[in-house]
Write a protein that binds this ligand. Structure first.
Ligand code: AP5
Length: 266
């Protein structure tokens, strides 16, 4: 089992020539995942758990925008437009998102591996990712698609609280912090995301249906899709995911055609 990576994700948050505080060592096999599913299903929560278990790095495009939002008036006009789109629940333009990913190519190539959370979100973004990875001789291990009925997703979103400093995710009742309103990891205050207001949630759900859901077929056709039931506790879902992933990578290396079947081990 690889050692957990506890770096500061400096390259991911800031891009450019930075180096992470604890760059990963060489791996026998690098795990590179895309996490998919509707807003609020628990991708960020699973990314945190999977990263601890697999020693990979959590790469969230939403976190990049939320980190940039502290810049406020100092942000470039393009970034200000992106932040306005995010707060209202709309998708940020493909051009902006793809440019941000290009500035962080080092993370995609990193030997430590990754769990991409929130990218790609459109077919245009998926095609751009495919080209970038192919040009840099990097393969995706799997695309994990979480599934859950809508009423449970809405309950998760309405109780969510996040840490503005380390980006940890909590829930008022399902994953409550030890001290109300305070992050367990770093002791900083928790807040409710602006795009968790009901009117923004409606826009986000529509954007998911129209733009992101078609990616399920896209990745199924590429034999990369692994669908996971997102009901249950975060740790239970994480165990379900790693078990399915082990079976999937085993069968993928053996050339099995069962790779893209729905997997739901309890
Ligand atoms: P992003 O941050 O990616 O948001 P999202 O996809 O809408 O997903 P969320 O972060 O809302 O939810 P999640 O699935 O991670 O759930 P979580 O783990 O927090 O993007 C935000 C915005 O940025 C977008 O709307 C867009 O504007 C822009 N953007 C980002 N990437 C973009 C791109 N590529 N293209 C264009 N625009 C882009 O869990 C939710 C809650 O449930 C938490 O409170 C958690 O504690 C709780 N919970 C989790 N698991 C469980 C469980 N098993 N049981 C009970 N509660 C649980």
């Amino acid at each position: 089992m690889p050692m957990p990576v506890k770096n500061d994700r400096a390259v991911w948050f800031k891009g450019g020539d930075l180096t992470c505080s604890i760059p990963p060592g060489k791996r026998v096999k690098t795990t590179r995942l895309v996490l998919m599913g509707p807003p609020g299903i628990g991708k960020g929560t699973q990314a945190q758990l999977l990263c601890k278990r697999l020693g990979i790095c959590h790469l969230s495009t939403g976190d990049i925008f939320r980190t940039a939002s502290v810049l406020k008036d100092q942000a470039s006009p393009a970034l200000q437009t992106a932040l306005h789109q995010m707060h209202s629940g709309e998708l940020v333009s493909d051009t902006t998102v793809i440019a941000i990913i290009r500035e962080r190519l080092k993370c995609l190539e990193c030997e430590g591996g990754f769990a991409l959370d929130g990218f790609p979100r459109t077919i245009v973004q998926a095609e751009a990712l495919e080209t970038l990875l192919r040009d840099h001789h990097v393969d995706l291990t799997a695309v994990i698609n979480y599934e859950l009925p809508i009423d449970q997703i809405v309950a998760r979103l309405s109780g969510r609280r996040v840490c503005g400093h380390c980006r940890a995710v909590f829930h008022l009742t399902q994953a409550a912090p030890k001290t109300p309103g305070v992050c367990d990891n770093c002791g900083k205050p928790l807040y409710q995301r602006e795009d968790d207001r009901p009117e923004s949630v409606r826009v986000r759900m529509r954007a998911y249906e129209q733009s992101t859901k078609p990616l399920i077929d896209y990745y199924q056709q590429r034999n990369l899709l692994l669908s996971i039931d997102a009901d249950g506790t975060p740790n239970g879902i994480c165990r379900r995911t790693t078990t399915a992933l082990r079976e999937f990578t085993g069968s993928a290396t053996e050339g099995s055609s069962t790779a893209n079947q729905k997997t739901n081990p309890r």
